[in-house]
Design a protein around this ligand. Structure first.
Ligand code: NAD
Length: 345
């Protein structure tokens, strides 16, 4: 049996990675999440309820800042790998209140590293995979960021993630901990919080509301279906090289306005809804990067990985899930879906 510890297991990607591994043979998953008590607790509890149905899943409600409890769990379960997905993740919230991002994404990672460092003194075969984002590279107006490119984060969220990557790398270099850092592009798929762009658009289309778009809608992102990200992480666990960074992406960019048009077209032609929905330009996010784009050739050539799901198919699959599970939105606080966040200057 391979024991895997996943922090942030009740989050969007953590949930999908946990479910993915539990559906394969031979994995026991130890999930950790603090449920982030100030919003969307219900959503996390519902995801966790689904995971708890698997007999090979064990869950602990713990904050990664609690290094004593984390070390105890490390010693008890002796995980072969730890995927760190625990983080505050919404850029707009990091503009309205950066402190919780510093606590979880920087101090939390520091505490996790301290516990891991102690644990690997006697458990040399364990591996820490720290999950990060393409946003650490900052605005990339041309070309695609490579693993060796400098970080230039623009939002408190991206800066907190960049700091955590630097901390992990410093522990690799200084304390020789076995760790890998991954930087992925924008994820989408079922059960994502509608504070994020794609489920928010779907919510609005289903509710016949206009589609808010920041600035001029020219901001360009590289989208990856969440299952592809999870498969890449599993590949990195099996074949990745300690001390390395791996970019994970689809290599395909689309700007927000074209993304909306693509989604609307799929929905209108397949479901005959959304005819009255219009695009509405709203004031831009402060510090909004125009473009993120990563080069994930290293993952492709060295580990033989490439994404399986193209954007049109992924959007269709994603919409289908939200369409068939509209009760999902009712479990969330409406305020957290519709209120505009992150306008502060
Ligand atoms: P999410 O917000 O859905 O999930 C994060 C989870 O971490 C939540 O369940 C939250 O309760 C938990 N958490 C937060 N602080 C914690 C703490 N101190 N202790 C324990 N648990 C804590 O986010 P996500 O989209 O699933 O992202 C997961 C990771 O992947 C993050 O590190 C994020 O930076 C990274 N990432 C996300 C994307 C994306 O597009 N969603 C892209 C690239 C990288």
């Amino acid at each position: 049996m391979t024991n895997i510890l996943i922090t942030g297991s009740a989050g969007f990607i953590g949930f999908n990675l946990t479910k993915d591994l539990l559906s394969k043979k031979g994995y026991k998953i130890i999930g950790i999440d603090n449920f982030n008590d100030y919003y969307d607790v219900n959503l996390k509890k519902r995801r966790n309820k689904i995971l708890k149905k698997f007999k090979n899943y064990k869950f602990f409600k713990i904050d990664i800042n609690n290094d004593k409890k984390i070390l105890k769990i490390f010693k008890r379960y002796k995980p072969n790998a730890i995927f760190n997905l625990a983080a505050e993740t919404h850029v707009d919230r990091s503009i309205d209140g950066p402190e919780s991002f510093i606590k979880s994404n920087i101090l939390g990672v520091f505490k996790l590293l301290q516990a891991f460092r102690k644990f690997v003194e006697r458990n040399k075969n364990s591996l820490l995979i720290h999950i990060s984002t393409d946003e650490v590279y900052g605005d990339v107006l041309t070309g695609r960021s490579k693993e060796e490119d400098a970080y230039k984060p623009s939002s408190p969220y991206a800066a907190s993630k960049a700091s955590s990557d630097h901390l992990v790398y410093s522990y690799i270099r200084t304390f020789k901990i076995p760790a890998i850092i991954t930087n992925c592009s924008n994820n989408y798929g079922p059960r994502q919080h509608p504070e994020k762009l794609i489920p928010k658009l779907i919510y609005n289309i289903l509710n016949n509301k206009n589609l808010p778009i920041y600035g001029k809608g020219k901001n360009s992102r590289e989208w990856i279906y969440v299952d592809d990200h999870c498969e890449a992480l599993i590949k990195i666990f099996k074949k990745g090289k300690i001390g390395n960074f791996y970019n994970i992406g689809s290599n395909i960019n689309v700007n927000n306005i074209n993304l909306m048009k693509k989604l609307l077209k799929i929905i209108k032609t397949t479901y005959m809804i959304g005819d009255n929905v219009k695009i509405k330009f709203v004031s831009d996010r402060p510090g909004h990067d125009l473009r993120y784009a990563i080069n994930s050739n290293k993952l492709k050539t060295k580990l033989n990985w490439k994404p399986k799901i193209n954007l049109a198919f992924g959007l269709k699959k994603t919409f289908e899930w939200y369409y068939e599970n509209q009760k999902y939105f009712l479990s969330l606080n409406k305020r957290d879906i519709v209120n505009r966040l992150g306008k502060k200057r």
